[in-house]
Design a binder for this molecule. Structure first.
Ligand code: GSH
Length: 213
């Protein structure tokens, strides 16, 4: 199997963590952000992650990919199904501050070169405004994120989200929070750091492993 992904993308990280938990090996294909042809040729839209199975069939949508390969129900989907509305709202809410804080830094990792950096920045600034303003407003976004962690995540950890065992919801939360490890001087509350590290260990996840092969 081949996984086409962007290293920084939380939906791609979701699939990488999920496949790690399922112990399903794959060939990692990091796609340059300005490469429109590769994803469009595979699925008709410029959106990653995309998995291409051994028969050559391409599929996108992170949750559909994981559901398809989790034939044994290892990711305990019932926790997600029971809390779907609240979890979807939480993930969308986390996405706002995390993307605003991390996008200006993601573009300086080895995933990007001059062309893909400029493509990404131009595209994202249409929605979020100039990257330098995002950083000028960092305290506001950090407060927004920390409030979500304190009010919506921490009280629900049992020690996993509304569950005594790791589920797909933890994969979704971890994938969305992971980008913050790149934000200068940001520190997760120790209990959240421990939660994320537990997920990382279980999934044998290596966020930036692709950079150093
Ligand atoms: N619902 C999709 C969302 C995937 C998604 O939004 N991917 C973004 C990267 S984070 C993308 O490919 N964007 C392409 C672009 O904006 O050019 C999933 O869960 O896989």
């Amino acid at each position: 199997m081949k996984l086409y992904h962007y290293v920084h993308c939380p939906f791609c990280v979701r699939v990488r963590i999920g496949l790690g938990l399922l112990r399903l090996p794959y060939e990692s294909k990091v796609v340059p952000y300005n490469d429109e042809k590769t994803p469009v040729d595979l699925t008709g839209v410029k959106m990653l992650p995309i998995i291409v199975d051994d028969e050559g069939k391409a599929q996108n949508e992170s949750l559909d990919i994981l559901k398809r390969f989790d034939t044994a129900g290892i990711l305990s989907w019932s926790t997600y199904e029971t809390n779907k509305e609240e979890v979807d709202a939480l993930i969308a809410a986390i996405g706002n501050p995390v993307h605003s804080l991390c996008m200006p830094y993601w573009i300086w990792t080895p995933e990007f070169n001059e062309e893909s950096r400029s493509y990404f920045q131009k595209k994202k600034e249409v929605k979020r405004g100039p990257f330098k303003n995002l950083i000028h407003n960092k305290e506001k976004y950090i407060k927004e994120l920390n409030t979500l962690i304190e009010e919506k995540i921490e009280p629900n950890l049992e020690p996993f989200y509304k569950s005594s065992t790791l589920t797909i919801v933890d994969v979704m939360i971890a994938a969305h929070l992971w980008g913050m490890y790149i934000f200068p001087e940001y520190q997760f509350d120790p209990s959240i750091h421990q939660y994320l590290q537990e997920i990382k260990k279980s999934a044998r996840f290596d966020y930036h492993g692709d950079f150093w092969i």
